[in-house]
Design a protein around this ligand. Structure first.
Ligand code: IPM
Ligand code: MN
Length: 347
């Protein structure tokens, strides 16, 4: 029997609730599908930081490397630990260390979910560059606390980094509806974004079957609201992709529905699966977090592990659940009610 070992990092806030929910669903589908999932919970979080002074142990990355995949809940508890400390101590280093350069974020309405738009059906796959660009972490501050203080934060775009994320986008478009939207701001940013456009043009010649359109980020933001059905695969830099995917979450009914996969396409290290919503301290411990984004991320994990049939069964169960109106309205159903409904729908 096939068996996969999964690192579970529930993290902070609602992270543990939604990770537990996803794990119940994943364990059930594994049992029905004839493979085993072994989960190893790791307590790395802001609470861990308060105890130990670090978000994860010094050998945390080496520990994670041994797993087939990572399922993460959420990182951040800003009342106790500044976000710049927690996220640079746990989430962002994993994306970089494991070269999870493709962050996949699907945006579509699950049946029964009422989005804010009048638009009908849309099915967008945002692919966010996940290791460099505006999140490179290159910069510094001088003249601290004086009127002359200067803060510099430099975006870094490498040929390797830009080419691989765009190539990934072209490949995905080829497997979907054949349309690729490349997002830049090359009318204003004349080095990095012009570079990105040039590489898009070069690769387009290798993918004559893919229809490529270049958008500026501002126009793309408007398009995602006005004509989301016109989009298929959308590729963007790290920060642009971050912003667009919260917009994507909004049009699909809210952050409770936004799933994501931080993928290392070369499989040289584990990939990590996490809902987009974050730790939501305001509703932590109330038992009302929507587990759908986490469960959907779990389905993406199964796909990545090669268990496509099981991933499809999880998505079917999610859709059967939302089409009955369960989990579709924020705060209406309890986490455990939604989870139980999805588990039952798997049978
Ligand atoms: C996301 C989050 C993170 C990001 C934050 C928490 C650092 O917003 O995954 O979208 O910007 O990548
Ligand atoms: Mn974000």
């Amino acid at each position: 029997m096939k068996s996969y070992s999964i690192a579970l990092i529930p993290g902070d806030g609602i992270g543990p609730d939604v990770t537990d929910a996803a794990w119940q669903v994943l364990s059930t589908v594994a049992r029905h599908s004839g493979f085993t999932l072994t989960g190893t919970p790791l307590p790395w979080s802001c609470a861990f930081y308060k105890e130990t002074g670090t978000m994860m142990p010094a050998d945390g990355i080496e520990t994670l490397r041994r797993f087939d995949a990572i399922l993460l809940g959420a990182v951040g508890w800003p009342a106790e630990v500044p976000d710049s400390t927690s996220l640079h101590g746990l989430l962002l280093p994993i994306r970089k260390a494991f070269v999870q350069y493709a962050n996949l974020r699907p945006h579509r309405l699950l049946p029964g979910v009422q989005g804010p738009l009048k638009a009908g059906a849309f099915d967008i796959l945002c692919i966010r560059e996940n290791t460099e660009g505006e999140y490179s972490g290159a910069g510094g501050r001088v003249h601290h606390g004086t009127v002359d203080e200067v803060a510099v934060e430099t975006s870094i775009f490498t040929r390797t980094g830009v080419e691989r994320i765009l190539r990934f986008g072209f490949e995905q478009a080829r497997q979907r509806r054949g349309k690729l939207a490349s997002v830049t701001k090359s009318n204003a940013q004349k080095y990095s974004m012009v570079f990105w456009d040039e590489i898009t043009r070069k690769l387009a010649a290798e993918y004559p079957d893919v229809e490529v359109t270049n958008y500026h980020i501002d126009a793309m933001a408007a398009r995602m609201v006005m004509a989301p059905e016109s989009l298929d695969v959308v590729v963007a830099s790290n920060l642009f992709g971050d912003i667009l995917t919260d917009l994507g979450a909004a049009i699909q009914g809210g952050l409770g529905f936004a799933a994501s996969a931080n993928v290392n396409p070369d499989r040289s290290a584990p990939s990590m699966f996490e809902p987009v919503h974050g730790s939501a301290p305001d509703i932590a411990h109330l038992g009302i977090a929507n587990p759908i984004a986490s469960i959907w991320s779990g389905a993406m994990m199964l796909d990545h592990l090669g268990e496509r049939e099981a991933g499809r069964r999880v998505m079917d169960a999610l859709e059967r659940t939302t089409s009955r109106g369960i989990g579709t309205v924020p705060g209406k159903d309890r986490t455990e009610t939604i989870t139980a409904a999805v588990v039952a729908a798997l049978d």
